[in-house]
Design a protein around this ligand. Structure first.
Ligand SMILES: [Mg+2]
Length: 362
């Protein structure tokens, strides 16, 4: 790939950061580069915005208009949760193409977005819509939020020795997409089909970990959401914190459907590189780890310690049994890889030995 996006999203963000450099943190504010911007002043409001383009981020043959509404909202709420904040208000920018097929999709999309906003108790307070002449449906959501006590939590607060904690399980959404695209097949056996449906639902209707945000605001030293996959998002947190890191493969919470339906090495690869799980990854000082895990359990959020931050010179490592491998930053980068990713993407750059590509079970 050539052109302005040739080096991927992180390089492009770095360019933006340089071009729009603000005089260091004006009155407590924070510019480009975290899950959300932090506005100066009190209260310390956070703002995130997200762009979704048909053909690049979603396809209507795999995603109903109502699913698109939920995904778009939850992806933004996840960035708010990743600041240790609660959502305050939603703004919607919409370019909806002309034509009968596109018009039929608009009403179910809007109805589902209204339902999702009500369910999350976050009002839609404004925006802008245009009838696009042709081409891709495009939506841009912006969400503002207010930090919980102890927040906002940035990516940059981690220290060597901090434990790395991840909520939920990883790889389910990427498996769901692979199933919907027919890249993975399962048997007709009822148990396998149920697992496959659950994975597809993880892709179609992700759920941001808003319930975890208060506990993380109080105790985490650094925080990021896993939108592009642990492979990319963990190095982002570590780099912002000026740290290296080590993850133990045996501690990774692999999505149960991926663990059942795929060979172990493929399931692990999805857990490392599958994007769009919208789980949270936190760095936590060792003395606060037990308290954090207790509080997360109390609000019904599963969480696991998967490794720790190290001094920067250690780089990134994945420990599998007695073997330690260099971490290869790979995952879902919309500017570099388009929508291709997951099971067969970037196999040559895998942190794992190239394994079988067939599903083992189901
Ligand atoms: Mg994020």
């Amino acid at each position: 790939m050539t052109g302005p996006f040739a080096h991927g999203e992180d390089a492009f963000l770095e360019r933006l950061r340089r071009r729009f450099a603000v005089p260091a943190a004006p009155r407590g504010g924070l510019g480009i580069g975290d899950d959300a911007a932090v506005l100066p002043g009190r209260p310390r409001r956070v703002v995130t915005t997200d762009l979704l383009v048909e053909g690049q981020h979603f396809r209507f043959d795999l995603l109903a208009p109502a699913d698109l509404a939920v995904r778009a909202l939850e992806a933004n709420l996840s960035d708010i949760a990743a600041m240790g904040a609660q959502p305050e208000a939603v703004f919607l920018g919409l370019a909806w193409p002309r034509g009968a097929a596109a018009s039929r999709r608009l009403e179910p999309f809007l109805a589902a977005l209204a339902r999702a906003c009500r369910a999350r108790r976050v009002p839609l307070l404004g925006g802008d819509t245009v009838r696009a002449p042709q081409g891709a449906t495009t939506l841009a959501l912006a969400v503002t939020g207010l930090p919980h006590r102890g927040g906002p939590v940035l990516r940059s607060g981690g220290r060597p020795g901090d434990a790395l904690v991840v909520t939920g399980a990883l790889g389910g959404s990427a498996l769901g997409l692979a199933l919907l695209e027919g890249r993975v097949r399962v048997s007709r056996e009822a148990g396998a089909r149920r697992l496959a449906e659950r994975a597809a639902a993880r892709y179609r209707r992700p759920r941001a970990r808003l319930a975890a945000a208060p506990a993380l605001a109080a105790r985490a030293s650094a925080l990021i959401d896993l939108s592009d996959g642990l492979g990319l998002d963990l190095p982002r947190l570590a780099r912002a914190s000026g740290c290296g890191f080590e993850v133990r493969a045996d501690l990774l919470p692999v999505d149960p459907a991926a663990a059942r339906l795929l060979p172990p090495d493929e399931a692990l690869r999805l857990a490392l590189r599958g994007g769009e799980d919208y789980e949270l990854l936190a760095a936590v000082a060792p003395g606060r780890l037990a308290g954090l895990l207790r509080r997360l359990a109390a609000v019904g959020v599963p969480a696991a310690a998967i490794g720790r931050l190290l001094p920067a010179r250690a780089g990134g490592r994945l420990r599998t049994g007695g073997t330690v491998r260099r971490w290869v930053a790979a995952g879902w980068d919309p500017l570099r890889t388009g929508r291709s990713r997951g099971l067969d993407a970037a196999a040559s750059r895998s942190v794992l030995p190239a394994g079988r590509r067939r599903p083992a079970a189901g």
